[in-house]
Design a protein around this ligand. Structure first.
Ligand code: FES
Length: 180
């Protein structure tokens, strides 16, 4: 009797992701300047631009894979890997730099234990630079997930991160108690 082959969860996940990518690309391929809207939508949906989307986009827009990849790597906004649970963006533009953003970046890297464009080992935080959050009068500015924070000095940054770590600890404890 022939053995029945069933797709693994990973294969199903990949197939669904490819379907979602194909749909996003086909809905936008005829827009003027379609590449950026496609990349933005992919990142909004997946949290990053999946590598398997590059050949799909290249074929649809009649570009080379290198051209698509070049645009993804040119813009700091686009991620090539899934982000951590919380995305911490520190403004590195001029107005924030003039009030201490460079020192804040160094503090953020020490506090989180990862560099810019990196994710902490536990997957809790991704640290990214951003170039103006529209809060120039109250720099240094930081965005954590979708919340803006102004006048963030190192002490305040530590408090914000500690608050999130505490919330994640509480969530884990609740989950453990619920499954006990
Ligand atoms: S320069 Fe940092 S918010 Fe504008």
């Amino acid at each position: 009797m022939p053995e029945t082959v069933t797709p693994t969860n990973a294969a199903i996940g990949t197939a669904r992701r490819l379907d979602a990518i194909a749909q996003i690309v086909s809905e936008r391929r005829d827009m003027p300047g379609a590449l950026l809207p496609i990349l933005h939508e992919l990142q909004d949906v997946h949290g990053y631009v999946p590598a398997e989307s590059v050949p799909v986009i290249a074929q649809a827009l009649n570009l080379s894979r290198a051209e698509v990849h070049g645009v993804i790597t040119f813009y700091h906004h686009f991620r090539e890997h899934p982000a951590g649970r919380h995305v911490v963006q520190v403004c590195r533009a001029e107005a924030c730099q003039s009030v201490g953003a460079d020192a804040l970046v160094q503090h953020a890297e020490r506090t989180l234990g990862c560099g810019m464009h990196e994710t902490t080992g536990d997957g809790a935080f991704t640290l990214e630079p951003v170039f103006c959050l529209g809060q120039c009068a109250i720099g240094p500015a930081v965005m954590i997930d979708d919340r803006l924070h102004g006048r963030v000095d190192p002490a305040r940054f530590t408090r914000l991160i500690e608050g999130l770590r505490e919330a994640m600890r509480a969530e884990r404890q609740q989950a453990a108690e619920a499954s006990a």
